[in-house]
Ligand binder design. Structure first.
Ligand SMILES: Nc1nc2c(c(=O)[nH]1)N[C@H]1C(S)=C(S)[C@@H](COP(=O)(O)O)O[C@H]1N2
Ligand SMILES: [Mo]
Length: 336
């Protein structure tokens, strides 16, 4: 979030690949997933079918997860959009645990151990507990959702996630009526996350985020475990990351190890760091500027050499029809 100036490593427009080609690849994958048991075979068939993803997927996940991801069902979300190329989505990241440059996460996150993984669920609920990723995903229907991701830094990308509705997971823990918010916590591991060792880190780890209960239960809010029909790469928040498409990207917390049902609005990393710049709500809003830059437009990545690909930012990132009612009567200038 402009802690430091980033490199001009924007993906090029020549990397754009066609949406329909990607979709046909996904169909191919679903059809052949049963036949793909070994990792070697998987790689071979992926490269045969590399019609749109412009790089081979690097992430190694457990076989059960690969199979579950490959059987994800289609949805209508984002069907009219062109997803950014795989190389853009996986090389231009914010994941400050691994550094502040956009290419640091791709460089340093690959070694993060994401299997086994567990999530501790606690707070105001009837069924708290620590669950393995496998338990979390047991019986959880996975879907593809192609969503726009709008970073508060005024760039955006279209990303084909594979995930499930967060509400489906939260319901299992039977939140109490006193649970008004949900807090999310990222892994702390100084061995694996270099920026957590740094004496100059600005962030008070762990990275924390939160949602109001109704935002968390909203059907648009998902937990992602996959990207482009494959296991989520570490730099994108493997093995489990939140995606809240109508809010600035920093709400979509990565590599989650903790979920807490709480009564009060929880502390969040960016509002703690600079409360006047980053609010708790962080709804995408072209009319409320960041104190240091305009939010009226955004750079849709990949942008080209000749075109910045600047487009108007939409209220609630274009998801107003679904979510505006969550905020009726609220002054969104005050609750930014
Ligand atoms: N744990 C953690 N989650 C995080 C971040 C982070 O630094 N640490 N960065 C956020 C920001 S600012 C953005 S824009 C998105 C970027 O997601 P992407 O790299 O998958 O595009 O992740 C969000 N989630
Ligand atoms: Mo961001």
């Amino acid at each position: 979030m402009l802690i430091r100036k980033t490199k001009a490593s924007d993906p090029k427009s020549s990397e754009i690949t066609s949406h329909s080609a990607y979709l046909s690849r996904r169909k191919f994958m679903a059809a052949s997933s049963a036949a793909i048991a070994g990792a070697g075979l998987w790689a071979a068939s992926s490269s045969n079918a590399l019609v749109s993803r412009d790089e081979p997927a690097t992430n190694k996940g457990p076989d059960w997860l690969k199979r579950q991801i490959a059987s994800a069902s289609d949805t209508q979300w984002g069907k009219d959009e062109s997803p950014a190329p795989y190389s853009a989505i996986t090389n231009y990241n914010n994941f400050y645990e691994f550094g502040y440059d956009k290419d640091d996460p791709a460089r340093y996150a690959s070694k993060l151990i994401t299997d086994p993984w567990s999530v501790k669920v606690e707070g105001a609920c009837e069924n708290p507990g620590t669950l393995s990723l496998e338990d979390i995903l047991k019986g959880m229907p996975l879907e593809e959702r192609i969503y726009r991701l709008r970073c508060v830094e005024a760039w955006s990308m279209v990303i084909p996630w594979i995930g499930f509705e967060l509400g489906e997971l939260l319901k299992r823990f039977k939140p109490l009526s006193s649970a008004k918010y949900v807090q999310f916590i990222t892994l702390v591991d100084k061995q694996q996350m270099p920026e957590q060792r740094s004496r100059f880190a600005l962030i008070d780890w762990p990275y924390r985020e939160g949602l109001r209960m109704d935002e968390a239960m909203h059907p648009l809010t998902i937990m992602a475990v996959g990207l482009y029909g494959e296991v989520l790469p570490n730099q994108n928040g493997a093995p489990l990351r939140l995606v809240v498409p109508w809010k600035y990207g920093f709400k979509s917390i990565k590599s989650i190890v903790g979920i807490r049902f709480v009564e009060e609005q929880p502390k969040t990393t960016w509002s703690e760091l600079a409360a006047n710049e980053y609010g708790f709500y962080a709804n995408v809003n072209p009319k409320v500027d960041h104190p240091r830059w305009s939010q009226a437009s955004e750079r849709r990545l990949p942008s080209g050499l000749l075109s910045a690909n600047r487009i108007d930012t939409q209220m609630f990132n274009g998801y107003g029809e679904e979510v505006a009612n969550l905020y009726s009567g609220m002054d969104l200038r005050k609750f930014y």
